[in-house]
Design a protein around this ligand. Structure first.
Ligand code: HEM
Ligand code: HEM
Length: 397
């Protein structure tokens, strides 16, 4: 009774079939609902409540999705070890072939859909963690925008193939039950079912080729719709270069925040620094201007730039003006004021500086409280108050 026979599905096959069906009927609406929330956030800006709800919905979606994946892998292993009950309409060549092709599509989807979702998730940082304990990241997946967009597109394409297959699959099951009045649906349900005589079976071996063709066509449609491309984002006017005793050759301004308990890193790609520094007196000054819209932070860049957070539209730049003083050896401090989102707050940071052959290398960090600048909600539920800012640069005289 646990195993399949030539005429019946065993209990284990049935349990697998209906638990996964149940999971699929949960995970699809969650994905669609979460996606709608995400679009609403992009269109109307992020209020903390909607962001928290979207994150909850996506975490649930991803966690159930991965549960389905691992259950499906066990199910596939089980199905391979089992005889397949003969089709009750095995004599109707086209119908039997179509039903088999859809079974291939369903089995394949149970792997392709969650795996592409998981890769998409691993390629981005921040937002809606998976609640399973086995970590957020897949070892072979780089954190990259293009990988994220590619797999986001693939997830949607494979998910659409799954939905279409499922509609046909359910329609087929109902046709057997209502029109053909045979035992196809009843024998997939629990308990013993009399199936009656089984007809001569046509082979449906080529049905797997049909399934492959469906995926190839769907991937082609996804390509023609541009679903795998990363959008280049808003382009903003770059900052004009500034006159400085020291010219910055390379460097990075990074920020690290804690979102839903895990660290998310971002950086500004466009900023300028005007630096004076007297090597004998070991004093100087620095004015750094940051183009806020050049921020990139995982999958939440557009939310971060919205009105509730950085509000890049109203406050396009942040400016730090500081005086440099020597502490000891290679250690220096800069004491000054950071003006960000219309608020000016005293900010001090310590940094290491070495100058060799007219080339200065500095690196420093400081910790800010985002609420000092009116950034984000005044609770730490989704986003921690502390923001670690790091600055590394190489400058030549
Ligand atoms: C209301 C929902 C569903 C109904 C009524 C339904 C019904 C059935 C029935 C009657 C069969 C037996 C077909 C036969 O005897 O040839 C079957 C098999 C199958 N179903 Fe479903 N199903 C549902 C949902 C799903 C879902 C969500 C999936 C997976 C995504 C799925 C995947 C499969 C697969 C792969 C088989 C072939 C099993 C095998 O031959 O080992 N089904 N389903
Ligand atoms: C069987 C498992 C899964 C199914 C059936 C499924 C299905 C869906 C559906 C229907 C959507 C909405 C797409 C839209 O409205 O255009 C969606 C979106 C999404 N899913 Fe899944 N999913 C599954 C597993 C996963 C897993 C395991 C992850 C990540 C670990 C994941 C991550 C996502 C993400 C991030 C989105 C939003 C995509 C976007 O921004 O366009 N999914 N999924």
């Amino acid at each position: 009774m646990l195993s399949n026979t030539a005429s019946h599905y065993g209990t284990i096959t049935k349990l697998f079939h209906w638990t996964i069906a149940f999971g699929i009927f949960l995970v699809i609406p969650l994905g669609i609902y979460g996606n709608n929330l995400a679009h609403a956030i992009e269109a109307n800006g992020a209020d903390a409540q909607t962001v928290a709800r979207a994150a909850f919905v996506f975490s649930l979606h991803k966690t159930i999705g991965l549960t389905i994946l691992f259950t499906a892998l066990a199910r596939i292993a089980w199905a391979i070890s089992q005889p397949k009950p003969e089709a009750l309409n095995g004599d109707k060549k086209a119908e039997h072939w179509l039903a088999s092709m859809i079974h291939w599509l369903l089995y394949g989807s149970l792997v392709l859909v969650p795996v592409t979702g998981w890769i998409h998730h691993s390629a981005t940082s921040g937002f809606a963690p998976i609640w399973w304990p086995f970590g957020q990241d897949l070892p072979f997946v780089p954190k990259s925008d293009s990988t994220a967009h590619l797999f986001e597109g693939l997830h949607v394409v494979f998910e659409r193939v799954l939905v279409a297959s499922l509609v046909l699959h359910i329609a087929g099951a109902l046709k057997h039950h209502v029109i053909d009045k045979d035992a196809t649906l009843r024998r997939m349900w629990f308990g013993t079912t009399a199936v009656g005589p089984r007809p001569q079976q046509h082979s449906a071996k080529t049905a797997i080729l049909g399934a492959l063709a469906v995926w190839v066509i769907a991937l082609g449609i996804g390509q023609s719709l541009g679903l795998y491309r990363s959008d280049t984002g808003q382009t903003t006017a770059a900052l004009e270069s500034v006159a400085s005793d020291w010219t910055v050759q390379s460097g990075q301004i990074g920020i690290a925040v804690t979102q839903f308990g895990s660290q998310t890193n971002g950086s500004f790609s466009d900023w300028t620094s005007a630096i004076t520094f007297d090597e004998t007196a070991k004093t100087g000054s620095v004015t750094t201007t940051i183009n806020i819209a050049s921020l990139s932070i995982g999958s939440v860049t557009s939310q971060a730039l919205g009105a509730e957070y950085f509000d890049a539209a109203t406050h396009p730049t942040a400016i730090y003006e500081g005086q440099i003083s020597h502490i000891e050896a290679d250690q220096y401090a800069s004491t000054g004021t950071l003006t960000l989102k219309g608020q000016s707050i005293p900010v001090e940071f310590t940094f290491d500086l070495t100058i060799v052959d007219g080339l200065a290398k500095m690196s420093g960090t400081t910790r800010l409280d985002r609420t000092d600048f009116g950034i984000g909600a005044a609770d730490e539920g989704t986003l921690g108050f502390g923001v670690d800012v790091s600055l590394n640069l190489t400058a030549a005289r």
